[in-house]
Design a protein around this ligand. Structure first.
Ligand code: C2E
Ligand code: MG
Ligand code: MG
Ligand code: MG
Length: 281
């Protein structure tokens, strides 16, 4: 009986996997088309706000996909598919090029771009990135690459030499979603990093109790002692912003200030730091 139940579960599991694979396969095909077509893929920008002055110091580029029948598809859904299907390189280059084209029009603003593990693992990636900088005229000092800790687990050598090459050009490196990985602290001593981005899970709990306050406080002290800056992401309330500013986070990012917005809106935001917009992209 137990065996039969196990078998049923196995069948069910198999069916689910089948469906998932088919969906993945379908998304992959649609994404492939989107990369060729015009207008489905775009880049949204979320302001990065200095905690002390409330000035907009830059923006994070976030890819957006509007499918002709599905509508808006979340990056959480299609980035993993892009990674396993080999489309991430092309998608990543698209985002990087768009972000750099935008960045050259706003000298002095920091433009942050997310880089997937698969991209960083490719030894050809640094040259590809440098050629986008040349082609667009983007200053490396204004570019920041956001990488996640998982990147660094599998291919330490390739990752390390890429990060070193980027920093030699003046590009900055941020560790995204910091504090959620297995060995966050290990990365800080092994890799050249300019900034940590404290994960929104810590920020969300800031007003609930003292544990997250103590953790953020410790992370900020540690980062500053190592000459790194700190960004807090997912800031949604003014109470969170107040606490994070008091804890000496350098930069804040979140819906409290703005959702990710389109290029025209971020340009207006850059021109006029206090520009109030509630639009979503
Ligand atoms: P991330 O890099 O950690 O980006 C932050 C995510 O949090 C974004 O979701 C952003 O819209 C969302 N967010 C910002 N402020 C708030 C807030 O106050 N509250 C809440 N609840 N969420 C907030 P998004 O755009 O859906 O992106 C999700 C993830 O997908 C990103 O996480 C990043 O890992 C990945 N991603 C997005 N664009 C790209 C890209 O161009 N390339 C790569 N490789 N990954 C990307
Ligand atoms: Mg990010
Ligand atoms: Mg993040
Ligand atoms: Mg994330």
């Amino acid at each position: 009986e137990a065996k039969a139940a196990g078998r049923n579960r196995a069948v069910l599991y198999h069916d689910q996997m089948d469906q998932q694979l088919q969906t993945q396969h379908w998304i992959e095909g649609e994404l492939r088309k989107a990369l060729k077509a015009d207008g489905q893929l775009s880049v949204a920008y979320q302001p990065l706000v200095a905690a002390s002055s409330q000035q907009t110091v830059g923006a994070e580029a976030l890819v957006r996909w509007t499918h002709p029948t599905l509508g808006r598809v979340s990056p959480a859904r299609f980035i993993p598919v892009a990674e396993t299907s080999g489309l991430i390189e092309e998608l990543g280059t698209f985002v990087l090029r768009q972000a750099c084209k935008m960045g050259v029009r706003h000298q002095g603003k920091r433009i942050a771009v997310n880089i997937s593990p698969t991209q960083l693992r490719n030894p050809a990636f640094p040259q590809a990135l440098f050629s986008v900088l040349r082609e667009t005229g983007m200053s490396p000092e204004n570019l920041e690459l956001e990488i996640t800790e998982s990147i660094l687990l599998d291919d330490e050598k390739t990752a390390n030499s890429a990060l070193t090459a980027f920093r030699e050009k003046g590009i900055r490196i941020a560790l995204d979603d910091f504090g959620t990985g297995y060995s966050s602290l290990n990365y800080l001593k092994r890799y050249p990093v300019d900034r940590i981005k404290i994960d929104q899970s810590f920020v969300r709990q800031l007003n609930e109790g003292h544990a997250s306050v103590a953790i953020v406080q410790a992370l900020v002290s540690l980062a500053h002692a190592m000459n790194m800056d700190v960004t807090a992401e997912g800031v949604e309330t003014s109470e969170q912003a107040r606490i994070l500013t008091q804890l000496r986070c350098n930069t804040l990012q979140g819906y409290l200030f703005s959702h990710p917005i389109d290029e025209a809106e971020i340009s207006a935001w850059f021109a006029e730091p206090e520009y109030p917009t509630a639009a979503t992209a």
